[in-house]
Ligand binder design. Sequence first.
Ligand code: RIB
Length: 293
Amino acid sequence: MSKICVIGSSSMDLVVTSKKRPKAGETVLGDSFKTVPGGKGANQAVAAARLGAEVCMIGCVGDDHYGKDILDNFKANGVLTDYVEPVTGQESGTAHIVLAEGDNSIIVVKGANDHVTPEYVQQAQPALKEADIVLIQQEIPEETVDYVSGLCKTLGIPLLLNPAPARPLRRETIENAAYITPNEHEASILFKGLSQEEALQRYPGKLFITEGKNGVRYHNGHEEKLIPAFPVEAIDTTGAGDTFNAGFAIALSEGKDIESALRFANRAASLSVLKFGAQGGMPKREEVERELS
Ligand code: RIB
């Protein structure tokens, strides 16, 4: 069983569904409101656990009722929470999501996730050292991502960096990561001045640009390749990227070649969009394997 360590955000998603997305200054009537567990880090941890990995989460929650619900959700999904701390006097991270016109728009308030500092990760090193692969995203402080990239490089543990939401990265952080998985928008910010083709060519076998229902593009050292997504009728695409990252990390840590790992990850992501909520549709291992066969 692969051991995966996820360092990142754990939030509560406050989701409104509506037929129409309001323009600036406009008020529209919505259809429903629900709170469900989310946060890119937590989503990736839960997805990896459902896909059969032993998962340790390194993160922070608030000392509010959302924090308790987030912790309960980790436990219900078998994610190890020894390094998920409630922060006194701090609110949990929240994501304010509008699901309308077939897509989502999200505003994240980081809250306790800002306490996932380099010092905080340092005290969780025993868990990190055990990992076959480490997953990190960008809803935590920038200096933590830089620190973890250096630490993983020193420890010889592959780091999968999902640079979401977008922000520029230090060259060294890019060099330290084993795999980087931006979407097209994030890639254009990370590799400003380079075309997508040039960026892929510069980082063969390391840079994987996700293109939603198109699939994933990368360069294998000889040529650019697109591994197509599996076509489905999506109900909610929130968390699809997180499922992709978890699936890709697991498949790589199990020794699958890149193309097979991408197919596994794409399949898991395509199943994840069939239910409401970031984690609602995240599939179990057997479901992905059944679909692949
Ligand atoms: O990647 C999806 C996640 O992004 C949501 O669950 C929400 O929490 C936002 O952070």
